[in-house]
Structure formats: structure tokens, C-alpha cells
Design a protein around this ligand. Structure first.
Ligand code: C5P
Ligand code: MG
Length: 164
């Protein structure tokens, strides 16, 4: 038995806004500001969703869930990720591992790492060891560093069994 592998890359950025919740990887972060967006603006789940779609060349999150569609206003981003995951499963692929980075000046996120990894792993039905979540500041430089926006990056490796 051997495997066929595919890798995918995802990236997202949203503006920082007062009076909005900050959700990262489906986890509510204690913060005096949040992220602006049509949906719940969870950049980490959006980047992961795009990495899954990208791995199988299935387009991008905006193609599947247009932000002009009222159905997705305030939508919980986990439903985007679960949909992308179902497309991956339909094609016979499973997740080997996910590696991600959130770039945000503040607040500090490291105490949320385990909770975020657990939430993503549980939803994607993979062991927690398959989900890596890293955090970086932008060293006070550029829009992220100046606290105007936040970014997330994700990479995924998928595999499917092939008969020899
Ligand atoms: O960006 P910098 O290298 O200074 O980040 C140092 C560490 O601080 C990171 O490795 C990460 O663990 C943590 N961090 C965090 N929350 C952030 C940014 C960084 O917990 N918003
Ligand atoms: Mg987004």
C-alpha cells in the first residue's frame, strides 16, 4: 500500500476593530478589540480552510462562501472549514498534519495554544499532535505591527491510499 500526497497553503488577514469579538481557531480571545469581517472573521480558520481547498485545487473560501451572500453574515467559520474538510474526505484524502501561524501584535496568545489546537483537532477528527499553532508579533512594523490588522498562515499535508 502506498500513499498519494498533496500539500496546500492558506493565508488570511482582517482589520482590527473595536467592539468586535476576537475569535481565533474557534476560541474566544480576551481582548479589548476584535477582528472586522462579514463572517465571525476567524482568520486562523479561514487560512486553514484555504489550505485544504488549495491542496486539492478546489478554489478558495470566497468562491465557496461569497462574503456578499447574506447566508454567511456573522457565520461561524468552523462551518467553512468543515465543508472544505468534507470535500477533502469525498476525494478520499485525510489530513496528515497542519501547521499554522497567527501574526498579531497583541494580546499575547500563547496561553490559548492548547485550547485552539484541541478545538481544531476535535472538529477535524485528527490527533492534537497533527495540529500546530504558532504565534508571532510583527515587531511593531507594518499594518500588523501597528495594530491595524492581523494575519494567519496555514499549511496542510493530505494523503490518500493508492493500490499498487
Ligand atoms: O514575535 P515574537 O518573536 O516576539 O514572539 C515571541 C513569542 O511570543 C512567540 O514565539 C509566541 O510564543 C509569543 N506570542 C504570543 N502572542 C502573540 C505574539 C507572540 O503569545 N500575539
Ligand atoms: Mg477571512
Amino acid at each position: 500500500m502506498s500513499y498519494e500526497y498533496r500539500t496546500g497553503l492558506g493565508w488570511d488577514s482582517h482589520r482590527i476593530a473595536a467592539g468586535r469579538p476576537m475569535l481565533l481557531g474557534g476560541v474566544l480571545i480576551e481582548s479589548e478589540f476584535g477582528l472586522d469581517g462579514h463572517s465571525d472573521a476567524d482568520i486562523l480558520l479561514h487560512a486553514i480552510t484555504d489550505s485544504l481547498l488549495g491542496a486539492l485545487a478546489l478554489g478558495d473560501i470566497g468562491m465557496h462562501f461569497p462574503d456578499t451572500d447574506p447566508r454567511w453574515k456573522g457565520a461561524e467559520s468552523m462551518q467553512f472549514l468543515l465543508h472544505a474538510h468534507s470535500l477533502v474526505a469525498e476525494k478520499g484524502y485525510e489530513i496528515v498534519n497542519l501547521d499554522t501561524t497567527v501574526i498579531l501584535e497583541r494580546p499575547k496568545l500563547k496561553d490559548y495554544r492548547v485550547k485552539i489546537r484541541e478545538y481544531i483537532a476535535t472538529n477535524l477528527k485528527v490527533p492534537i499532535e497533527a495540529v500546530s499553532v504558532k504565534f508571532k508579533t510583527a515587531e511593531k512594523v507594518g499594518p500588523v505591527g501597528e495594530g491595524k490588522s492581523a494575519e494567519a498562515q496555514a499549511m496542510v499535508l493530505l494523503r490518500r491510499q493508492v493500490r499498487e
